[in-house]
Design a protein around this ligand. Structure first.
Ligand SMILES: Nc1ncnc2c1ncn2[C@@H]1O[C@H](COP(=O)(O)OP(=O)(O)O)[C@@H](O)[C@H]1O
Ligand SMILES: [Mg+2]
Ligand SMILES: [Zn+2]
Length: 270
């Protein structure tokens, strides 16, 4: 995909750790920094991007009955199985069909010239990751975890899978890291503390940032108003902007294989 500069996968071992919430707010933070951003919801079994961006029920137009134009919301381009098939239809698809579907969403979407395509990967380390990594040519991946050991155990499997595929890992985002108490104003580490610092040292992966538990984050997901938009809560915006800046800085340092003119010519012909 010569028109996309960087393809960045957001992965976790487990579901429910906030991968989609992080993907959405990160995509919007990169956009705020003046970059052109697309977001692909590769979670075929549990697509949540349509809801999180207030675009449920929208249908992508197709100029040629073969490709889809992305849905556009809040200045980013979006594609999700949720825009295409009826609710719950995809839940019966097995591995190969799921991989095929992700591939189609990726390649049959008419993305504009993008600086970043963020991919919200399904949880796990199975077919979907392999397919994408091999076919899309991921630039890099970011891992998301909660502070709990159960989440970190699964993140470790993802980490090893990406390393085996030689995909650069930018770092780890800790979500639901702490809660700022209304009563005493201090940070409470509800899900545990220090686990992630130890994990990042032991596994030689950098900790990109720690996102607090905050009711605005879950409300924002449910009502299609992501927290970093219209938020009076500067803390959340700041945490996300810092993570986005670090990612962009690291991604720019990655040496990309130069595409030969021949490759590009062949791709355009197809
Ligand atoms: N930092 C946070 N604070 C509060 N709620 C959060 C936070 N991150 C995620 N959530 C909520 O937790 C739930 C799971 O998040 P989601 O992004 O859907 O996880 P995943 O994509 O990993 O399954 C959602 O209801 C979401 O709104
Ligand atoms: Mg999700
Ligand atoms: Zn307290």
């Amino acid at each position: 995909m010569p028109n996309i500069q960087n393809i960045l996968a957001i992965a976790s071992g487990k579901g429910g750790v906030g991968k989609s919430t992080v993907s959405v707010n990160l995509a919007l933070s990169l956009k705020e920094q003046g970059l052109k951003v697309g977001l692909l919801d590769a979670d075929i079994y549990g697509p949540s991007i349509p809801l999180m961006l207030g675009t449920v029920g929208q249908k992508p137009s197709t100029p040629d009955n073969k490709t889809f134009n992305p849905i556009v919301a809040l200045g980013i381009e979006l594609m999700s199985i949720g825009y295409i098939v009826l609710k719950d239809e995809a839940t019966i698809w097995r591995g190969p069909m799921m991989s095929k579907a992700i591939e189609q969403l990726l390649f049959q979407t008419n993305w504009s010239d993008l600086d970043y395509l963020i991919i919200d990967l399904p949880p796990g380390t199975g077919d979907a990751q392999l397919t994408l990594s091999q076919k899309a040519g991921l630039t890099a991946a970011v891992l998301v975890s909660t502070p709990q050991q159960v989440s970190l155990i699964d993140v470790k499997k993802s980490l090893e899978a990406f390393r085996k595929l030689s995909i650069p890992l930018i770092g780890l985002v800790e979500n639901m890291s702490y809660f700022i108490c209304d009563e005493c104003g201090s940070k409470h580490h509800v899900l545990g503390s220090n686990n992630i610092e130890k994990f990042s040292i032991d596994n030689d992966i950098s900790l990109l940032g720690q996102i607090p538990m905050h009711p605005r984050l879950s409300e924002g997901s449910d009502n299609g108003q992501p927290v970093i938009i219209n938020s009076e809560d500067r803390l959340l915006t700041k945490v996300y902007q810092e993570i986005a800046s670090k990612i962009d800085y690291e991604v720019r340092k990655i040496e990309k294989p130069k595409k030969s003119l021949e490759d590009i010519a062949v791709k355009t012909e197809n």
